[in-house]
Ligand binder design. Structure first.
Ligand code: SAH
Ligand code: SF4
Length: 362
């Protein structure tokens, strides 16, 4: 059986090279060919001896998920739909901005956590992505964008956010192995502040991340109190706000930034009143944070509506007047369903949750 080298974290890669009887520098050399240069053909590795190239061709492959669709939105946002087998597909989204390029990566096919306003959550859980499938999104996007860059840009992707489909902390080991490649100088060499993981709040896993791979942290809060959060983000019943905020404080001790980002999706008439903004201020005041207000991105039968721009502005004013820093996320790529929470891939709804909802509504 051959080994897919994209699936090896930095550590495993070193072991693989040692097992072949190669010196440690080989691991760096091969990682650079694969992840810096984006090569998928051993023959192209010109400073590797022919003997070793032939051995590698027998033992190993370099295989990312196949691209099913490649779409670019009017604002330049680009979405790749990637095949991950047995009727599953996932999505990666590139968001170009003036001073940076951000790739939004998926960690699971579907998601088990069932947040009520999220299209991925609606589909139910299918499976965890492998390391090759997670890092393969960055590998594919980097080499494609670099090859197509008119300005010959060396590094079109300056930031990675684990904010695509799935709950990254529910696929902990694979996500951490992939993020370690993102940070590895021989692979993508991104600094910890330029890799952000977004979680709905799996408290024990936040603590583990703090120990094993403290990257920038974003936490999906979405409600100022447990009653509403229990409804919108059901995992809150297991890890309520108080415990979540305590975990955030612990995380900040090791984090590459001295704050966490709270994400707050703005749902009309649900969590967007001035009183709720005041309550939010009281709830989070002990945690150094920035707040990112995300206008809700609709999808069919979501049952929610996006807050009016005035409601978002009012909500933000309350936070800012209380001394908190809040930004409103600009919606990107919504004409190709690439905006937050719209990622659906083509994962079949194995839970038949969609059908149950239709029946319940009838
Ligand atoms: N599972 C992780 C990361 C993926 S979702 C998490 O929940 O944090 C990335 C962000 O998009 C989260 O803050 C999520 O709550 C938000 N989101 C989900 N559905 C959305 C929608 N329909 N509109 C706007 N944001 C949404
Ligand atoms: Fe899963 Fe995040 Fe969607 Fe919740 S918001 S269902 S945790 S992907």
């Amino acid at each position: 059986m051959t080994v897919n080298l994209l699936g090896l974290g930095s550590q495993q890669f070193k072991v693989f090279c040692a097992e072949m009887g190669e010196k440690p520098y080989r691991a760096q050399q091969l990682l650079r060919w694969i992840h810096h240069a984006g090569v998928d053909d051993f023959g192209a590795m010109t400073d590797v001896s022919r003997q070793l190239r032939e051995r590698l061709a027998q033992l190993a492959t370099i295989g990312a998920p196949q691209v099913l669709r490649d779409t670019t939105a009017a604002d330049g946002t680009r979405k790749w739909l990637l095949e991950v087998g047995t009727g599953n597909a996932i999505e990666a989204v590139f968001i170009p901005e003036t001073n940076r390029g951000t790739l939004c990566i998926s960690s699971q096919a579907g998601c088990a956590l069932e947040c009520t306003f999220c299209s991925t959550g609606r589909q139910g859980f299918n499976r965890n992505l492998t390391v090759a499938e997670i890092i393969g999104q960055l590998w594919h996007a980097s080499r494609t964008l670099r090859a197509q860059s008119a300005a010959g840009e060396e590094r079109p992707i300056s930031n990675v956010v684990m904010m695509g489909m799935g709950e990254p902390l529910a696929n902990f080991d694979n996500v951490v192995a992939a993020m370690q490649l993102m940070l590895d100088d021989s692979a993508y060499g991104l600094s910890r502040r330029r890799v952000t993981l977004s979680t709905s709040g799996l408290v024990p896993a936040i603590d583990r991340l703090r120990q094993e791979c403290p990257v920038a942290l974003a936490v999906s809060l979405h409600a100022p109190d447990d009653k509403l959060r229990n409804e919108l983000v059901p995992i809150n019943r297991k890890y309520p706000i108080k415990e979540l905020l305590a975990a955030c404080l612990r995380y900040i001790e090791k984090a590459p930034r001295d704050f966490v980002t709270f994400e707050y999706v703005m749902l009309a008439g649900v969590n967007d009143s001035v009183e709720q903004a005041r309550q939010l201020v009281r709830t989070i005041k002990s945690v150094p944070c920035k707040i990112n207000l995300i206008p809700f991105n609709p999808f069919p039968d979501s049952g929610y509506a996006r807050s009016a721009p005035q409601a978002v502005a009012r909500f933000r004013d309350v936070l800012m007047q209380a001394g908190l820093f809040a930004t409103t996320r600009r919606t990107r790529g919504d004409d190709i369903d690439a905006a937050c929470g719209q990622l659906a891939g083509q994962v079949q709804d194995k839970t038949r949750r969609g059908q149950r909802r239709v029946k319940a509504a009838a």
